[in-house]
Write a protein that binds this ligand. Structure first.
Ligand code: AMP
Length: 400
């Protein structure tokens, strides 16, 4: 068998660098891993290859040393020469990017210009681009934006009811995130559920440690739960999701919280973790709730209720909802979350089949609904494969 070309997919954070080698035509992952705790004594690269887990310490190594370590590892397993192009997950593309693009100087400048909208993420994504440019000079690189899929939202969905000058002067609006996942899952759902490409509506719940939901009309995002930042919307692992904006004033004026304390409270200490005072991890909470931990149980109940409420809201964004799709680590695996969420949607005609739900939708095209309910399905997301496919499309069009 001829060795197929591989796409290197990079997701670079402020202290981590996730990488995956994807074979895009068959859609399999040859090797994946993460360099984490970068620029600290605990810096380490972990990777998985042929179902074997490996790791290598790179004490005090930063992103550049991680790049060097990844190159050495790819050489050792004789995969470096098969890498033909690189795809980068970039968190914020602002209004400028409604689709993936080949990276050049103008693109990196535009990503930098969007940094004010994602000050923790975009600078890290740029570091990732720098590192791969250093170690793979000359290879084409593509930026795939979390926000791009939602650029099809109209003003009525993306504007906040604030003075319009904030939008005009500072770009204050809802952008939405997880777009690469929603794009992949909506295309997959359309195929898998035999929906008409030009006449269907879906609501997709991407439930991972970060969580958001999206209303999709004929393959385009028409509304989503995240906003200017990934803090708006659903209850998440450590993020609060929707709160009364007046709470910020209350915390500042009455409780004397600083801006930094409010930031940390809402982003890092709220959500499932804040409510349960135990963990941000749904599996841990389900285990604890099963053993009688009432606070873990409460956190899951709030998660499901808020999710159902916002899913119902998203159904108003599409003329007809043909399918409710669950994806992400929680969406794909938590029977309880799917069951409880759909129970709250009973008055709208949604009903889950308990047996199909138990199997995580592993048969019957992922479908887990009762016969008299609209479609409810579990469809696994694959953001890395979506990024790799975008890389192939853009590099092929460049060669034409
Ligand atoms: P992700 O960010 O998409 O990797 O999803 C991570 C979340 O999925 C965590 O909250 C995990 O606890 C949750 N998760 C993964 N597997 C299960 C499972 N079998 N049951 C419940 N939650 C799960």
């Amino acid at each position: 068998m001829i060795d197929q070309p591989l796409i290197l997919v990079i997701n670079c954070g402020s202290s981590s660098l996730k990488f995956a080698l994807i074979e895009p035509s068959q859609g399999y992952c040859e090797l994946d891993g993460i360099a984490e705790n970068l620029a600290s004594p605990q810096a380490i690269i972990r990777w998985s290859h042929h179902q074997q887990e490996h790791q290598k310490a790179i004490a005090d190594g930063a992103h550049s040393e991680a790049g060097q370590g990844i190159i050495e590892l790819l050489e050792k397993v004789q995969l470096r020469s098969r890498v033909v192009a690189i795809g980068h997950r970039v968190v914020h593309g602002g209004k400028r990017f409604s689709e993936s693009v080949l990276i050049d100087e103008a693109v990196t400048a535009a990503v930098e210009a969007c940094s004010s909208l994602a000050p923790l993420h975009n600078p890290a994504n740029l570091v990732g681009i720098e590192v791969t440019t250093q170690y793979f000079p000359g290879l084409p690189q593509v930026a795939v934006f979390d926000t791009a899929f939602h650029q099809s939202m109209t003003e009525q969905a993306f504007l906040y009811a604030l003075p319009l000058s904030l939008y005009r002067d500072h770009g204050v609006r809802r952008y939405g995130f997880h777009g690469t996942s929603f794009r992949y899952v909506s295309a997959q759902a359309t195929r898998q559920l035999s929906l008409k490409a030009d006449d269907h509506g879906l609501v997709i719940a991407h439930l991972g440690n970060g969580a958001s939901a999206c209303a999709v009309h004929n393959g385009k995002s028409v509304d989503t739960t995240m906003g200017l930042t990934p803090l708006e919307g659903l209850v998440m692992g450590t993020r609060s999701g929707n709160i009364d904006p007046g709470l910020l004033l209350f915390l500042h004026q009455r409780c004397h919280y600083s801006i930094e304390e409010i930031d940390s409270l809402l982003n890092k200490r709220s959500g499932l973790l804040g409510l349960s005072e135990l963990s941000n991890d749904m599996r841990t909470l389900e285990d604890a709730a099963d053993k009688g931990n009432t606070q873990a149980d409460l956190a899951i109940r709030v998660f499901c209720y808020q999710l159902a409420k916002q899913l119902a809201g998203l159904m108003t964004a599409i003329p007809r909802c043909d399918g409710l799709i669950f994806t992400g680590g929680i969406g794909e695996n938590s029977r309880r979350v799917r069951h409880e969420t759909v129970q709250h949607l009973g008055s709208l005609g949604w009903a889950i089949d308990p047996d199909a739900n138990l199997s995580n939708g592993e048969s019957n095209q992922g479908k887990i609904h009762q016969s008299d309910s609209p479609i409810i399905a579990v469809i696994a997301t694959d953001e890395e494969l979506m990024i790799a496919k975008d890389v192939v499309t853009l590099t092929n069009s460049q060669q034409r």
